[in-house]
Write a protein that binds this ligand. Structure first.
Ligand code: ADP
Length: 451
């Protein structure tokens, strides 16, 4: 990353710019205030000098004596413009005569000028009228001192402003570098996290905004990892599950084609191929359903469903299942219950549970009942089958988990029935619970929210 486009540099530039403008405004203000005060003090002191001189004037005809203890530059003119006397005749001021005329006409006046020797001067003149005479007195003071003071002040101000701006710049750069360090660490860590290594996390140090950003990124990576894991698992499961039927199809067809066979033998081979193909199609359909619904792409056609009616529609299917195995299947107490649901998916969920109950029950009964309980309804499917051992119970809702692999497969089980059933229950805001005792039977309870 280019340093000049970094936040560090931009913040520093902004701070330095703002500080420079602020200090310049303050500096220029201070300079003009100081200049104004110095000039005003000078003018005041010139006025004071003239009034002191006024009180010390003595006139004897055209002879004037004046007491100039402070050693000021003083010029005294008669009102007709002729010079009555000066403190230092060597100082030549070219435009003093115009000033005298102005004072004689209009009264006191200040004037800035330059003597012939190049000296800058501030002049103040006033009329002095005693009983004997009327005169114009002009007092001058060099301004070099004030100019020198102002130049020094401006110089000091400029150096201080530059020093402060530089200090602010360096401090801002150091501070922003420290503040941005965790961001850079996060960026590096995020760059190092690849699809192959999503288990890594960004180090979260503090509980501030950046800490929260780190936590948010970590939970995003966690979700990504879960999604990738699911995808990996899906691919692994799919290939594993489809390998067996494919091997059977391959072996059977190779055997059938290895020599000339009669029609009966071909038919048997083709029946096996068709059976395995439909098994594969069922697995693929179930997996696609799970994948779509986990990605939120399986649409739910929600409507108000009367569970009693739903089971009445399912009962012919259930009866066929039970009759085939000689089981006693019945509907137990069934409360009137309405849920918000997708009829097709709800039927699929209950049929999966029924199928399992019948599949894993050799003799006895399978009963279904529905009990309302506050804001929920609990539909239970109870069987008197083989039961599930406690060590298997936590796993039966995992994909392709079968307690007895060969038996389940022989019975047409795909290991996806319960995963799908639980998924459908969750899509409806419900859950499935299970209780089982080996050799005694199993109870699956579907708890759904009522409308
Ligand atoms: P499958 O298609 O193999 O039945 P499921 O996901 O429906 O897959 O069930 C997972 C496993 O849970 C089954 O292999 C079976 O061992 C066990 N199981 C499910 N329902 C029952 C039941 N009612 N009685 C005994 N075992 C069951």
């Amino acid at each position: 990353m280019n340093f000049f486009s970094s936040i560090k540099f931009r913040l520093t530039r902004w701070y330095m710019g703002t500080m420079a403008v602020t200090l310049l405004v303050i500096g220029i203000g201070a300079f003009f205030l100081m200049s104004y005060n110095l000039h005003r003090n000078l003018d005041e002191s010139l006025k004071v000098r003239v009034s002191q001189l006024r009180s010390s004037i003595e006139a004897e005809g055209r002879r004037i004596t004046i007491e100039n203890r402070a050693g000021d530059m003083v010029w005294i003119y008669w009102l007709d413009g002729s010079l009555a006397g000066s403190s230092d005749p060597s100082i030549d001021i070219p435009d003093i005569y115009e000033l005298v005329k102005r004072i004689a006409w209009y009264g006191s006046a200040f004037h800035d000028t330059k003597a012939k020797d190049g000296q800058e001067l501030r002049l103040f003149g006033d009329m002095i009228q005693t009983e004997e005479v009327s005169l114009v007195v002009v007092v001058a003071h060099p301004t070099a001192e004030i100019t020198g003071l102002l130049v020094n002040f401006a110089y000091a101000l400029g150096v201080s402003v530059l020093a402060v701006i530089l200090f602010v710049g360096v401090t801002t750069l150091v501070l922003t570098s420290r503040v941005m360090k965790p961001v850079e660490q996060m960026t590096r860590a995020a760059q190092e996290i690849s699809v192959k290594d999503l288990s890594r996390r960004i180090a979260v140090g503090s509980d501030d905004e950046l800490g929260r950003l780190g936590q948010t990124l970590n939970s995003m990576i966690e979700r990504l990892e879960e999604a990738f894991d699911r995808q990996r698992q899906f691919t692994a499961d799919a290939s594993h599950e489809l390998r067996t039927p494919l091997s059977i199809i391959e072996a059977e067809s190779t055997l059938a084609l290895s020599k000339e066979r009669n029609a009966n033998e071909y038919q048997k081979s083709l029946e096996l191929v068709a059976q395995e193909t439909s098994y594969m199609a069922e697995i693929i359909n179930k997996m696609l359903f799970l994948a779509r619904s986990e990605a939120g792409k399986e649409p739910l056609n929600l409507e108000e469903v009367n569970l009693r009616e739903l089971f009445a529609e399912l009962s012919p299917d259930m009866e066929v299942l039970c009759r085939d195995k000689g089981l006693d299947c019945n509907l137990g107490p069934f409360d009137e219950a309405f849920v918000q649901g997708d009829v097709i998916k709800l039927k699929q969920m209950f049929l999966n549970l029924w199928n399992n109950a019948v599949r894993y029950t050799a003799s006895g009964r399978v009963a279904t009942s529905a009990i309302r309980n506050g804001k929920t309804v609990t539909v239970t499917v109870v069987d008197t089958g083989v039961g599930i051992a406690p060590e298997h119970l936590p796993h039966i809702f995992e994909r392709f988990y079968r307690v007895d692999n060969s038996r389940s497969r022989a019975d047409g089980g795909s290991g996806l029935g319960l995963v799908i059933a639980r998924h459908i229950a969750e899509l409806h805001g419900g859950r499935i619970e299970v209780e089982s005792r080996v050799g005694e039977g199993t109870t699956f309870a579907v708890i759904l929210p009522l409308v």
